[in-house]
Design a protein around this ligand. Structure first.
Ligand code: TMP
Ligand code: ASP
Length: 295
């Protein structure tokens, strides 16, 4: 690091609070180096993230509420290309007709999503994750959400089992992929890729990227959940476009958006406990979180 920069860096260090972690940064033409992440107790209620190679310190604070969905709130930040997602304990089903609260869900879904997204990044799936701020809040890359719900199924369950007159829990000969058009007024109707093209919801290149990533997500998550004694029955994911058009995984991966059954007992450890009034909803979410082993 050049001398001038080093001095500035030390000054910042004096002004800031205690070091809570280390971030490894790399500069194109120089070697990788390690910079501390600070928590500044005096200026912000959130961790301060050192976000670039110059060692500049940025407070990540929520600015304006951009959007409030059924399970999350999204805030702008001072970075035009980054947002803060805040996970709620609110739960809905059947297009919001059924409403309730799953105590602790927001924290579990936030931390579980980030944990899985890190794993997926390692396996070559780009995601919107930037930095977990606290139990419920995460800095994410701003994307334009592709209005498609991408559903992968490994076993029969839910709408698939109902539509085809099947029992739940039958292993499919191969995983399936389906799209729903994200539109609450229309109740997210099932569509195929030709509809998506015809309605200009996505381009062929985007559909190809989404399909490729979705199956990688399935392979990675199936193997990972299996190691936790859980069968991944099915799940829903969403993708977004960065400003340059790159497709990345967005939204969440949690017991809200996956069907997760205990391998031995086939007990449901997901939101179906809420949807179907099966009871022990919080216990199921906590059990998944416990098995993830996140500190
Ligand atoms: P389905 O069997 O009801 O079509 O659900 C398939 C998967 O999608 C299941 O893992 C639950 C998830 N899902 C969501 O994440 N959001 C939704 O609104 C719905 C209906 C399902
Ligand atoms: N997204 C659904 C709703 O509209 C909830 C669900 O079934 O997961 O409330």
């Amino acid at each position: 690091m050049p001398k001038g920069k080093k001095r500035k860096f030390v000054e910042k260090r004096k002004r800031c609070g205690r070091i809570v972690g280390l971030a490894v940064c790399s500069e194109k033409d120089s070697i990788a180096f390690i910079i501390p992440i600070y928590y500044n107790f005096s200026e912000s209620k959130y961790p301060i993230i050192v976000d670039n190679k110059k060692g500049q310190v940025n407070t990540m604070e929520k600015k304006e509420l951009l959007y409030e969905g059924k399970a999350k709130k999204v805030y702008t930040t001072k970075h035009p290309d980054q947002l803060i997602v805040s996970y709620k304990d609110d739960a809905t089903a059947f297009d919001g007709q059924k409403k309730g609260t799953i105590v602790g869900k927001g924290a579990i879904n936030n931390r579980m999503t980030n944990h899985i997204f890190k794993l997926l990044e390692q396996k070559g799936v780009p995601t919107h994750l930037v930095e977990e701020l606290n139990d419920r809040e995460t800095v994410v890359k701003k994307v334009e959400i592709v209005p498609l719900e991408v559903i992968i199924r490994n076993y029969s369950a839910g709408s698939f089992a109902k539509k085809l007159g099947m029992e739940e829990g039958i292993k499919l000969a191969c995983p399936t992929l389906e799209f729903s058009y994200k539109n609450d007024d229309l109740h997210d109707p099932f569509i195929n890729s030709y509809y998506a093209l015809a309605l200009k919801l996505a381009t062929q290149e985007e559909i190809d990227a989404i399909t490729k990533y979705a199956f990688v997500v399935n392979d990675v998550m199936q193997e990972y959940f299996a190691s936790l004694g859980i069968d991944l029955i099915d799940f829903k994911i969403e993708f977004g476009r960065l400003a340059d058009g790159t497709i990345i995984l967005a939204d969440e991966v949690s017991p809200d958006t996956c069907r997760l059954w205990d391998k031995e007992t086939h007990e449901k450890l997901d939101k179906d406990r809420f949807r179907r009034d099966l009871g022990n909803v919080e216990d199921a979410y906590n059990e998944v979180f416990r098995r993830l082993g996140i500190q």
